[in-house]
Design a protein around this ligand. Structure first.
Ligand code: HAM
Length: 431
């Protein structure tokens, strides 16, 4: 070990677990990619003001959790704590919103929050996100929720619950906010929470402390204060989710940790994860563009936590197949065999077969171990005698069956074998 360790709240992603993570990332992105969302990548740091204004000064994220530093040029920049503000900034900067709407994009990457590390909560974590900009149509809200639900389901998760709420709009929220403030002012709250009542009363509803929760039983609910347009929007989202057989729990107290939400807000939770149960979340943010000095541009999106989805799969005991696992492992015995097999392995890789080879004159035993570790279904073994006979041995590592293939035709025959195995079953195990 060197004198250095990964910083607190971060972790190294190592094989074999890293294969699960890449599969999860691909799985979370697959449904949006099938739905016309195009890939977007933005910098991992942005002007600090973008997050301060976009995410909201009064949020924990901005007030306590940002990695902010001054560059050598004297500019204050922040490692992105979330993706929406940066995506919107990029769309506005490059004028994508002046083309066909909605602009539908997805992204995948690292995000940074200086949180207190605990199970499922890291300072460096990974999200797959999707945003649809430029339309107010509730169909887009429903589309995104359905696509996220499908992503979890396709990965094999069956215990993810959807919590759904509407936070109203700039027309109905102010009156609700005032009613909530009046109610909260009548409670017995500490100094800091009182300050929060003044700045961001909705967040008090989300206070986890039992002494606060105990007083919130009669708090007015935003769902009872929605204007007609917000009610209609929410009703359509619910209808479309029901049509798509996506179940949800009404969560009239669901308040998210970012200030930009309007109307539809949702969270996906997994009860097998303890305190950090949110595996993903999102919602509509119709005022965010104006908040960062852009033109009116409605938007809706979500971000799904890759790390927590991996934990949820483990909690449910779902095995994640690795689509990139090596299928064929080549074992050369001797230098001449190595050269011959290197040629076959290269040809296999070029036609799309995942293949690996034992290097450096390993013993048969050592090479077989490497083949096992690789997870390959087949071994290709080439020894002196095989070379003389012009044949290479193909071995099915599950059944133990082994048979010779003419070296010249090995590539085509291995490819055929992979699509239609000659033998099945595990009888006659010779391993
Ligand atoms: P968020 O709820 O802050 O939303 O994060 C989304 C997901 O990222 C969470 O549900 C969780 O799974 C994961 N996550 C967040 N913080 C951590 C952490 N410290 N450690 C591990 N995982 C974490 C957003 O970020 C919004 N930008 C989502 C959005 C997109 N809304 C509209 N568009």
């Amino acid at each position: 070990m060197s004198g250095f360790r990964a910083p607190k709240g971060t972790f190294d992603l190592l094989p074999p677990r890293s294969a699960v993570v890449t599969t999860v990332r691909e799985g979370l992105a697959a449904p949006v990619r099938r739905a016309g969302y195009a890939y977007i990548e933005t910098p991992t740091f942005e002007d600090t003001g973008l997050f301060a204004r976009g995410v909201g000064e009064s949020t924990d994220i901005v007030s306590k959790e940002m990695y902010t530093f001054t560059t050598r040029g004297g500019q204050s920049v922040t490692l992105r704590p979330e993706g929406t503000a940066g995506v919107l900034r990029a769309v506005l900067e490059h004028g994508l919103h002046r083309g066909a709407l909605p602009v539908k994009v997805w992204y995948s990457g690292s995000f940074y929050r200086y949180e207190r590390p605990q199970a499922g909560r890291f300072r460096h974590f990974s999200q797959v996100g999707a945003e649809a900009l430029g339309v107010e149509d509730p169909v887009v809200d429903a589309e995104l929720v359905v696509l996220a639900a499908d992503a979890y389901r396709d990965l094999g998760l069956s215990e993810v619950r959807l919590l759904l709420n509407s936070l109203g709009c700039q027309d109905c929220r102010p009156a609700y906010r005032a009613r909530l403030q009046a109610f909260l002012h009548g409670l017995d709250l500490d100094e800091e929470t009182r300050r929060r009542v003044d700045i961001n009363p909705l967040r008090v509803l989300d206070d986890k402390r039992p002494e606060v929760q105990a007083q919130l039983g009669d708090a007015p609910l935003v769902s009872d204060a929605l204007c007609a347009a917000c009610q209609a929007h929410h009703a359509t989202v619910q209808e479309l989710l029901a049509d798509a057989s996506v179940a949800w729990d009404d969560a009239p107290r669901l308040v998210r940790g970012l200030d930009y939400y309007t109307r539809t807000t949702f969270e996906f939770v997994h009860d097998g994860l303890g305190a950090q149960s949110a595996v993903g979340g999102g919602g509509r943010y119709d005022g965010l563009s104006e908040q960062i000095d852009g033109p009116p541009l409605p938007g809706v999106g979500w971000a799904l936590g890759v790390d927590r989805t991996v934990l949820a799969l483990a909690a449910e005991g779902v095995a994640v197949p690795d689509p990139h696992r090596v299928e064929v492992f080549a074992i050369p015995l001797g230098a001449q065999a190595e050269r011959q097999l290197f040629g076959i392995v290269t040809a296999l890789r070029r036609i799309g077969v995942a293949a690996d080879i034992a290097y450096g004159g390993r013993s048969v035993k050592g090479a077989m171990k490497a083949a096992d570790r690789s997870g390959a279904r087949y071994a290709l073994v080439l020894g002196e005698r095989d070379l003389a006979a012009g044949a290479v041995q193909l071995k099915n590592l599950d059944s133990g069956q082994q048979w010779p293939l003419p070296i010249e035709e090995a590539v085509a025959l291995v490819e055929a074998e992979l699509t239609t195995p000659s033998f099945s079953g595990t009888e006659e195990s010779a391993r």
